[in-house]
Write a protein that binds this ligand. Sequence first.
Ligand SMILES: [Fe+2]
Ligand SMILES: [Fe+2]
Length: 319
Amino acid sequence: MGIFSKALVSKPASTVTWPLFPRKVQFDWQQKSPFHWIPNDPFASHAINNFGFMLVRGEYFFCRIFNKALPHIHDEKLLTDVKTFIRQEAIHAQAHKEAIEQYLQNYGVDTAANYAKAAQLFDKILADKPLGFTLPKVLHKEWLLLRVCMVAAAEHFTAGIGHYVLCNSHWEARGADPVVSDLFTWHSAEEVEHRTVAHDLYMHLGGNYSRRILIMAAVVPILIYLMAEGTAKLAQVDPDMPKDQRNIRSPGFWKAWFNADKEHRLPGPLWLVTKSLSYFKPNYDPFYEASTELALNYINQSPGVLAAQRSVKATEVKA
Ligand SMILES: [Fe+2]
Ligand SMILES: [Fe+2]
């Protein structure tokens, strides 16, 4: 018996009660989406585009960690959920990678520099050999559980931000570019859809409350730092950005971020801190953090999802 055998008995291992499956998507980057894809808000445009760099490195990391956890899952339904989660996250990461290569690169963005911070965190510090250091075998399972816990904390934010986007942002109604808007809104909706899986896995593997809150206390400042640093990097290659919004040490940068949140275009730093609070409740349940119905309403009319469905049908007809 080890840390991976203490499954909860009072609750089912999987709390997903709706059909969960991976969906293909297809976004049309030939339309030359603008760098400032939210009209009159270059700051929010860059801040949300910066998410792409964090998501590519971060979501491939989620896939690697959850693949390693598969042999430790002793519940059929949860095993299916986790496999679907991995496939959804891989599609998300790939979609953002394509957006970076086919859209953002057109604007002189140094992609290697923008990936750097997230790559350092996810590919080096949180690797099986953190910073190249070989862990003793006795710590392998604890290191895996700790990283599953980090994914669960991150998923609290992806679902929370997803719910914020579905309820508040309405970028397209504000005249935003339809392709970039659809990419981030579709992804937000699928984050809401699979919001319970990482927490279910953490609990199934014997996750406890104290580790959960310690990890969240570390994740909040790291998330805000990565968002701020990456946004400033994108702003620095944009000649139209006001100078005081290109540096995280400048008050103008934080003022622009707070203003974007005030007008519900983008979650701000204070919102992120406040959002973390529900995770500290001993009876925290991600089910209550967002609405599956709202998520499915968007997914079912997402142009990217519908284009991929048409493409699959056309291929089937040809075959
Ligand atoms: Fe995702
Ligand atoms: Fe996710």
